[in-house]
Design a protein around this ligand. Structure first.
Ligand code: RB5
Length: 150
């Protein structure tokens, strides 16, 4: 991974500086799709921006943040090709890359600390997708997309 899209709402913005710093320390180029202050905004806007950047290939992967990570991940997962995973600890972050090849992780600003977010981002970024038996399952997810998405 090299070019990473980040996006958040007001509930997730508390994590964004730490996440950007962690990504840059890993050597990633970060593209920040907002939001940029603590004014109340609607998380689907930012979930969509980051998901479209990843699905189009403009960015290699993404990190989303809202209060829980849930609403913004649900939004991103409505974009074909996106596998956005809420991760609340390092184990989930590593496993969702190794098994699900998550191209977006979603974090909760009201759930984890900025320091925990940095550890999670590092674990996800550094882990490698294992392929093999897991690819069959990702293909099955793609089949569901093809059945129900335009
Ligand atoms: C905003 O108050 C909050 O609902 C949002 O950040 C997120 O937690 C939704 O899933």
């Amino acid at each position: 991974m090299k070019k990473i899209a980040v996006g958040c709402d007001h509930g997730g913005i508390v994590l964004k500086p730490a996440v950007v710093a962690a990504l840059e320390a890993l050597g990633a180029e970060v593209v920040d799709f907002g939001t940029y202050d603590e004014s109340s905004v609607d998380y689907p806007v930012y979930g969509l921006k980051v998901a479209e950047a990843v699905a189009s290939g403009e960015c290699d992967a993404g990190v989303l943040m809202c209060g829980t990570g849930i609403g913004i991940s649900i939004s991103a997962n409505k974009v074909k090709g996106i596998r956005a995973a809420v991760t609340t600890n390092v184990f989930m972050a590593e496993m969702t890359k190794r098994h699900n090849n998550a191209n977006i992780i979603a974090l909760g600003g009201r759930v984890i600390t900025p320091e925990e977010a940095q550890d999670i981002v590092k674990a996800w970024y550094n882990a490698e997708y294992e392929g093999g038996r897991h690819q069959k399952r990702l293909d099955m997810i793609a089949d569901i997309e093809n059945k129900y998405f335009k």
